[in-house]
Write a protein that binds this ligand. Structure first.
Ligand code: UTP
Length: 297
């Protein structure tokens, strides 16, 4: 058995330029799928995987996130007084216990690798998870839980991976595959945003990771990579070069890229259709809208 993973880092210090002007004042992670912010999906997934300590790497302009996880005494009192207990329960389920959540600042958006390295001192000498909240994964068994269970068998470092269309590989970190054993992929190399036609496979890395303290040490020495940013992929690839194990994990579930407008809209539709209280009305609206589009002159 390998050491239990109890800490997770949530890098949320990016600029979120693809959602401007909204992200001028609203952190991307507070944007909602139906009625729940992206960050809440990430927290729920982490909790299901046994995470106890939640470390946010934030930046200027993200204080709405800190407020979101705080208690809201006035709101609670108002809901309590009017007997709205179901809403009160929902509200309380978003409160984070004091001492379980920490916020660190990344002063400059130097890249995902740099954001993760900001959490180095809080992680110490143990394996930890990284969750990118803009990747929302709908799954029967939450994705990070699947990975934590697999990690208990494999150890090493592990990244969530999924097949993408060949023309999309240049937007991702891509795995060079040594061997596949069910959902577990042994990796012999990794490259961030490979130029078109040069990707070693169609297996892309998406926003769930289980990492070792050694990767934090690697981040201290990696130089700026793709896009001039300090890339997490490069620090993980350095593990492979040093002869240590890195695995991909082909999770079960559907991943929505909520960092992109198209992905966010798809997730909104899928999550609305999954809701008992919205499904019928919304499905009817979609069918009508679709039909109107096809009959329009
Ligand atoms: P993205 O590549 O999606 O960048 O970052 P972004 O800034 O959030 O969005 P766009 O591309 O400008 O629209 C992936 C994840 O890494 C975090 C982001 O917050 C997001 O969760 N990140 C990225 C940081 O925390 N710091 C960085 O310097 C870069």
């Amino acid at each position: 058995m390998h050491r239990k993973v109890t800490k997770a880092v949530f890098p949320v210090a990016g600029l979120g330029t693809r959602f401007l002007p909204a992200t001028k004042s609203v952190p991307k992670e507070i944007m909602t799928l139906v009625d729940k912010p992206l960050i809440q999906y990430a927290i729920d997934e982490a909790r299901a995987a046994g995470i106890e300590d939640f470390i946010f790497v934030t930046s200027r302009g993200k204080s709405a996130l800190e407020d979101y996880f705080d208690v809201a005494p006035d709101l609670e009192a108002a809901l309590g007084a009017s007997g709205k207990t179901a809403l009160l329960d929902i509200l309380r389920s978003t409160n984070m216990e004091s001492g379980t959540i920490a916020y660190l600042r990344q002063h400059k958006a130097l890249g995902l690798g740099h954001a993760v390295s900001c959490a180095s001192k809080m992680i110490g000498d143990e394996p930890f998870a990284v969750i990118l909240p803009d990747d929302v994964i709908a799954a029967e068994r939450p994705c990070l839980q699947q990975m934590v269970e697999a990690y208990q068998e494999t150890g090493g470092a592990m990244v969530a991976t999924m097949q993408v269309a060949p023309e999309k590989t240049s937007s991702y970190g891509v795995l060079d595959v040594a061997k596949e054993d069910g959902p577990i992929v042994s990796v012999k190399g990794m490259v961030e945003k490979p130029a078109a036609g040069t990707a070693p496979s169609n297996l892309a890395v998406i926003g769930r990771y289980i990492l070792t303290p050694q990767i934090l040490a690697n981040l201290d020495t990696v130089t700026r990579g793709a896009g001039g940013e300090i890339q997490l992929t490069d620090a993980i690839a350095a593990e492979i070069e040093a002869g240590r194990d890195v695995f991909g994990y082909r999770f079960e579930g559907h991943r929505y890229d909520c960092g992109s407008k198209a992905g966010f809209l798809q997730a909104t539709v899928a999550f609305a259709l999954a809701r008992d209280d919205l499904r019928d009305e919304f499905a009817e609206f979609l069918a009508e809208t679709h039909a109107a589009r096809h009959t329009a002159p």
